[in-house]
Write a protein that binds this ligand. Structure first.
Ligand code: KG4
Ligand code: ZN
Length: 341
């Protein structure tokens, strides 16, 4: 390795993926190992926190070793350990944080705690070498719906957020209601392609006095009511039409606010991030709307949209270069706010 290279070992255990990655100079992914627990949690229709923590403990050492092996890098060559310390499931986060602290202590490496959302946003740097702050980013995942101005690396202003359900949560709940199973997002995405998006007029909620905030619980309830009514009347429902009409409402809510924010904050670069950013309808809507407005549109490949450790390694690199170091008292913070230390 040449002297200028900076190698980060990234660790992510905030939900149901045990993941580790080696990232070179902030943008080159040398390895990206993800051990998914989806099979186990599918049996229960959602993530069971206690099981997630146990599985992380079982797998974390192997996943980290595999990440180092695939990158052909020894622990001694790593410059810093980056780890997600919030937000997320506290028991799950604790496994990654304890592991990162142990390795950092034993190998005498700096420790850099990373905000999970900062990781999702940073996933956009991996495949877009031209992308640099400032830009606007819409973070849409199972737990978060945030409209964020990325002022600089590590410098964020949240200008909009959901008042109730996160987008991914709404996708998962609607999927469960129409019998598609967990995780619902990709299944709704697929089924919606066979349906008509104007078949059912579901509501598009807005939050008074907060033009960039989102609300999805009304939409979710409207889908559930629609299903109940049909069941009471003994009518057959068209699941593909429900999926397409629901998804169209989500797309409209996201696109209208994000485009309004680009205009208001004079942003000519816009990115999406998080698990829901792999949704095909959301991507194509943004592609179209951004090109109309001459806004450069960025999105990560699906593997970097859902939880992974490469994005944590990238975020940790920029934090590390800016001088961020955490001590042995670093703790898991389940409700960590973006921008907090
Ligand atoms: O970012 P992520 O892996 O975990 C969190 O940090 O929450 O996001 C997971 C979420 C789940 O709700 C899943 O249903 C959703 O992302 N998702 C999708 C798609 N792929 C994953 N939602 C809609 N369309 C998709 N293609
Ligand atoms: Zn996530």
């Amino acid at each position: 390795m040449s002297e200028k290279e900076v190698l980060i070992l990234g660790i992510e255990t905030s939900c149901d993926e045990t993941a580790a990655s080696v990232v070179k100079n902030g943008r080159t992914i040398l390895s990206n190992v993800i051990s998914s627990q989806i099979d186990i949690h599918t049996l229960y229709g959602g993530v069971v926190p206690e099981i997630a923590s146990r599985k992380h403990i079982e797998r974390i050492n192997y996943v980290i070793q595999e990440a180092l092996d695939q990158a052909k890098v020894s622990l001694g060559e790593i410059d810093a350990i980056g780890v997600t310390y919030g937000p997320g499931l506290v028991g799950a986060l604790l496994v990654g944080v304890a592991e990162a602290k142990s390795i950092a202590y034993a190998a005498k490496k700096p420790l850099v705690g990373v905000h999970h959302i900062e990781g999702h946003i940073s996933a956009n740097y991996i495949e877009h070498s031209d992308l640099k702050p400032p830009f606007l980013c819409l973070v849409i995942s199972g737990g978060h719906t945030h409209l964020v101005i990325v002022k600089d690396y590590g410098n964020y202003e949240v200008i909009g957020r959901t008042r109730d359900d996160a987008v991914g949560e709404a996708f998962d709940k609607v999927a469960r209601a129409i019998g598609l199973g967990y995780p619902g997002g990709p299944k709704v995405d697929k089924l919606a392609k066979e349906g008509r998006e104007d078949a059912i007029d579901f509501p598009r909620a807005s939050v008074e006095g907060a033009p960039f905030d989102f609300s999805f619980s009304g939409l979710k309830s409207a889908v559930l009511n629609y299903l109940n009514m049909a069941q009471m009347k003994g009518e057959e429902v068209n699941k593909a039409d429900i999926a397409a009409s629901f998804q169209k409402c989500v797309v409209d809510s996201l696109v209208s606010r994000a485009m309004m924010a680009c205009k208001e904050y004079h942003m000519d670069k816009f990115a999406i991030a998080g698990g829901v950013a792999s949704n095909s309808a959301i991507r194509s809507a943004f592609e179209q709307e951004c090109s109309k407005r001459k806004i450069q549109f960025y999105h990560p490949s699906p593997i970097f949209c859902t939880d992974n450790a490469a994005m944590i390694g990238v975020a940790a690199y920029y934090e590390f270069m800016a001088g961020t170091r955490h001590g042995w008292d670093l703790n898991a913070i389940p409700n960590l706010k973006l921008g907090e230390r």
